[in-house]
Design a protein around this ligand. Structure first.
Ligand code: ADP
Length: 651
């Protein structure tokens, strides 16, 4: 039994193929995690890195409380089951299952106990003396599972274990593996390209595409709240219906139109409370998604009606599926059409091809995506609220309240579109708002407030007092006028160039018998913008563990304005501005970084010596700060380090 932690895991194959990018996940003890995605998306590579069969390029892998990046597969306390069973043909089932234990020199009685117990669990006791050749595919897969069970591992890894079996057997084995997980009460990580397998077995599912994690969630949440069009289309059969179209706010309603059809519906604005308002102007293209169970052949079922032209009906016995098209002039829709619709129909549904029927849609389940990025434009936790405000004489009128702008925000008089990140909103300010409702989003409490007719979504923890006053952290906000950003938020992160330096230092160690021994010890330093800092031991170790392959290159060192101090012996910086936000003050500094390659110092030409870039750095400072020249000391325990060339996070 164990938990697993994948911390910014990357895999770059020697040929340069970046198979896995920044995989982060905490897997709890006893979870059944499924990695799913189309072929080549990186799921097997990730599983093999957990198993120790593939080297981790960067990142930290923990099983239980230990970092196991450099631990041999056999010492990781995991067992892996492969698609092709990998049984020894000349051994009996018993011998196949016992083989690994005997290699570990386990006493015979213990081997016997474990094999018999596993055979009992899997229902293969009567086959123990058979050879694999005399068994069916399903039975062989059970033996392969048995061989993993006898090891009593902390984690089970299964790589497409059912894809060699026929459809019926796959169904049976699917439920058997789920039962096995229940019985063993161990962590399972399971790889498949089959979304039905993923949805029926996983407690949580990781959907991957092109080496990137798209979404990690429960089957129910993936189905209901896909974060992008890819996940929406990948999960669920038949696939969700997709259309391009427009949204237009009209008073308390929003008009929904699908391109190249007569579909034109008016739905309550509350259905679109989380939608990015920039898409509600009737101009910006939107991709709509609606699942077939949310379209009905009963025109009275929902108040949002449309007409479509039937192409054909599939009778599945208990119910059926109607294939139709919202484009009433369309020819046949057996071929792909951007306006086709699949509708779940009752058992006795009968329609002629070409018939035009009235349908209704449940628009409370309409999914919205950006036409280019394909990301949802109405996430469960909105990233930001976009509100409209007016600046006049250093005062901002917004959300029905007037706020005095701090001197750090110099906005000329005029109308602005203000982007307020969800994290910049908190309770206890002087913007008046009414509580609307609250929901739990994967353990995060999200509260909806109405401030002067505008819906605001706010994080709240259990201790939050839902006062009627809302505060905005203006340093996180962006002011946009005529499509251009007039006031930028304070950057959340600074970046400087870095390099790891390793040196050896002699250290005296006193042994138990009192003898003093001198040993050489590696000392890691991080050179940031030409200034070297000795790393705390934990940081040095982490860099070595997590980024062996990368730390020789040029690194990007990133840190928040709160994780850098003005101290002695730091990076020289010139203060160009002091940003006063009222309750907080930040120094805007420039740091000069020499960019010329430091090859042969003697021959370095004058031009090379002068090649540099200036980087802007923001530092939180005290209220009395007034300096013009400072030296900066980043807090090394808190910096993030990236391989700049491959954009790989090391720590
Ligand atoms: P999946 O299991 O999702 O089908 P893989 O993890 O096997 O995907 O592969 C992910 C990507 O890495 C693919 O683009 C694949 O071509 C590439 N890849 C896999 N193994 C190697 C290898 N040994 N050398 C180079 N590229 C590889």
């Amino acid at each position: 039994m164990a938990s697993l932690k994948l911390n910014h895991i990357y895999k770059v194959y020697p040929n340069g193929a970046k198979a896995v990018n920044d995989f982060c996940m905490d897997i709890e003890d006893k979870e059944f995690i499924v990695f799913v995605g189309p072929s080549g998306c990186g799921k097997s590579t990730t599983l093999r890195m957990i198993a120790g069969l593939e080297e981790i390029t960067a990142g930290e892998l923990m099983i239980g409380d230990s970092v196991v990046n450099d631990v041999e597969p056999m010492h990781r306390d995991i067992a892996m089951v492969f698609q092709n069973y990998a049984l020894y043909p000349h051994m009996t089932v018993y011998e196949n299952m016992a083989f690994g234990l005997k290699l570990r020199k386990m006493p015979k009685e213990e081997v016997d106990r474990r094999v018999n117990e596993a055979a009992e669990i899997l229902g293969i006791t009567e086959y123990l003396q058979r050879k694999p050749a005399a068994m069916s595919g399903g039975q062989r897969q059970r033996v392969a599972l048995g061989r993993a069970i006898v090891r009593e591992p902390k984690v089970f890894l299964l790589d497409e274990p059912l894809s060699n079996l026929d459809a019926k057997l796959r169904n049976t084995m699917r439920s058997e593996i789920s039962k096995l997980h229940n019985k063993l009460q161990t962590t399972f990580v399971y790889v498949t390209h089959d979304q039905v397998e993923a949805m029926t077995m996983g407690t949580r599912i990781v959907v991957m595409k092109d080496g990137f994690v798209q979404q990690i969630d429960t089957p129910r949440n993936l189905y209901r709240y896909p974060v992008n069009k890819f996940v929406a289309g990948f999960i669920g059969t038949p696939q969700m219906n997709f259309y391009t179209g427009k949204l237009k706010a009209e008073g308390d309603n929003v008009r929904v139109t699908f391109d190249n059809t007569e579909v034109n519906m008016l739905a309550p604005a509350e259905y679109f409370a989380k939608a990015d308002v920039r898409y509600l102007n009737g101009e910006k293209p939107v991709v709509f998604g609606i699942r077939l169970e949310h379209v009905s052949v009963d025109p009275e079922k929902y108040p949002y009606k449309a007409k479509c032209r039937v192409s054909y009906v599939e009778d599945l016995g208990v119910d059926g599926q109607v294939y139709a098209d919202f484009d009433l002039n369309s020819e046949d829709t057996i071929t792909e059409s951007a306006t086709k619709v699949i509708i779940k129909a009752p058992e006795n549904a009968f329609y002629r091809a070409g018939e035009i029927i009235d349908v209704s849609m449940d628009l409370s389940h309409l999914h919205l995506f950006d036409a280019e990025t394909e990301k949802t434009i109405a996430p469960r936790i909105p990233e930001e609220a976009i509100v409209y405000g007016t600046v006049k004489g250093g005062k901002l009128s917004v959300l029905g309240t007037q706020l005095v702008l701090p001197s750090a925000i110099s906005a000329a008089d005029g109308e602005y579109e203000i982007h307020i990140p969800t994290a910049a909103l908190s309770f206890g300010g002087n913007i008046k708002a009414e509580f609307v409702k609250e929901e739990d989003v994967n353990g995060q409490r999200l509260v909806q407030m109405n401030a002067g007719g505008k819906m605001l979504f706010m994080y709240a923890d259990q201790s939050s007092v839902l006062t009627k006053g809302v505060a905005v952290d203006l340093k996180q906000c962006s002011f946009v006028m005529d499509g251009a950003e007039a006031v930028s938020p304070l950057p959340a992160e600074n970046e400087l160039s870095g390099k790891i330096l390793i040196s050896k230092q002699k250290k005296e160690i006193t042994a138990e018998n009192g003898a003093v021994k001198k040993v050489k010890q590696k000392v890691y330093s991080l050179e940031i913008s030409g200034k070297s800092f000795v790393c705390p031991e934990a940081v040095g170790e982490k860099i070595v563990n997590c980024g062996k392959k990368i730390f020789n290159g040029v690194l990007a060192v990133r840190f928040s304005p709160y994780c850098v101090n003005c101290g002695a012996e730091g990076i020289p910086a010139h203060v160009t501005n002091i940003l006063d936000y009222g309750n907080e003050k930040f120094a805007e500094c420039t740091v000069r970084e020499i960019t010329a390659p430091r090859t042969d110092k003697k021959k370095k030409s004058a031009e090379e010596a002068e090649a540099f870039i200036e980087r802007k750095i923001y530092v939180a400072v005290g209220s009395g700060f007034n300096d013009t020249e400072v030296t900066l000391v980043p807090e090394l325990e808190k910096v993030k380090i990236y391989g700049r060339e491959q954009d790989i996070r090391i720590i």
